[in-house]
Design a protein around this ligand. Sequence first.
Ligand SMILES: [Zn+2]
Ligand SMILES: [Zn+2]
Length: 398
Amino acid sequence: MKGFYADFHVHSRYSRGTSKTLDLSQLASWAEIKGITVLGCGDFTHPLWFACLKNELRESAQGLFALKTASRGVLFMLSSELSLIYKKKDRVRKIHLLILASSLAAVERINSSLGRRFNLKSDGRPILGISARDLSAQILDIDEQALVIPAHIWTPWFSLLGSRSGFDSLEECFEDYSPHIHAVETGLSADPPMLASVSSLRRLTFLSNSDAHSAGNLGREANELECDLSYAGIVQAIRSGRISRTIEFFPEGGKYHYDGHRKCAVSLSPAAAEKTNCLCPVCGKPLTLGVLHRVHELSDREGKTRVPFVYQIPLKQILAQMLKCGETAQKVERYFRSLIEHFGSEFHLLQQATIEEISKNDEPLAAAIQAMRENRVSRIPGYDGIYGKIALDLKHNQ
Ligand SMILES: [Zn+2]
Ligand SMILES: [Zn+2]
């Protein structure tokens, strides 16, 4: 592989629901284990995290930053996720946006400008009462090299096209700033063809990121790029759609693929949900309509994609299935570490190594990875905040 892997959307220990030990060196060492070259630093709007960025990083390539303590390794890109909550046309909208910025000086200006009106200290992903259109204007006015990327665009509660939070099109949300939006994030519960089936998204670049709240989840989704290793090079590749490939979660494995009601353990396909008028058949409350439902509502064409993509299952999940135990078991951990030592990184093993090469070391693992690469899996879709279950079809090989 000539290119490199990038994961732009992650969080720090200052975001709610993350581990309190999640610091830059932990992110960097996990990025190396995964095989990620460019990693979003996450949460740059948080004052304490921004202080860490300034203290612990040095600019290594133009607009990309390495740990001062490391001679080589991962390059951080300045990124942050913002949670916008505002009223438009009599409805409350809740939308998450991923921001990429070109320099520490630009971040300093973005933070002081946002900090005058909003509280940036309470959460690494701060809540701002401003429209997506006005926020984009404010950010791009400060840093014209910045990118505003609607995050996980289909999820029900906090996204551009979400059933409970968003709009029906990019234009309805961003108005005159729509032409300044060049990319959107697929989210775990959706894959690129689902986005490509909506005309208004066709011109955009589809990015896939992990949105990791713990370092072990880095690279659940990722982007393969072949471009100049600099901020400008990456932004140019995103703007012009020159992504080599994206690595995708099986969309059924995400938390919001199907419709459902978590409390009643009710999970329904969009067609089945329509039959109950989108009400829970157990308790009668409105169902949380998932990603697939919204795709059915908004799609108006065949979902042909320009950029190739592959589905991937995290290595520890594969090992847990092979060993018939939980992902956090000690024997999974030991197996995982020995494989990383042998193959260099998780992405190298899952995406680059040939089946013959893996077979020489470990035949059952080679069979499992072959099943993954051929999409031979069973799928129980996630719904209303509950992860789906993806299991490899291993019998086929035995
Ligand atoms: Zn989010
Ligand atoms: Zn219910």
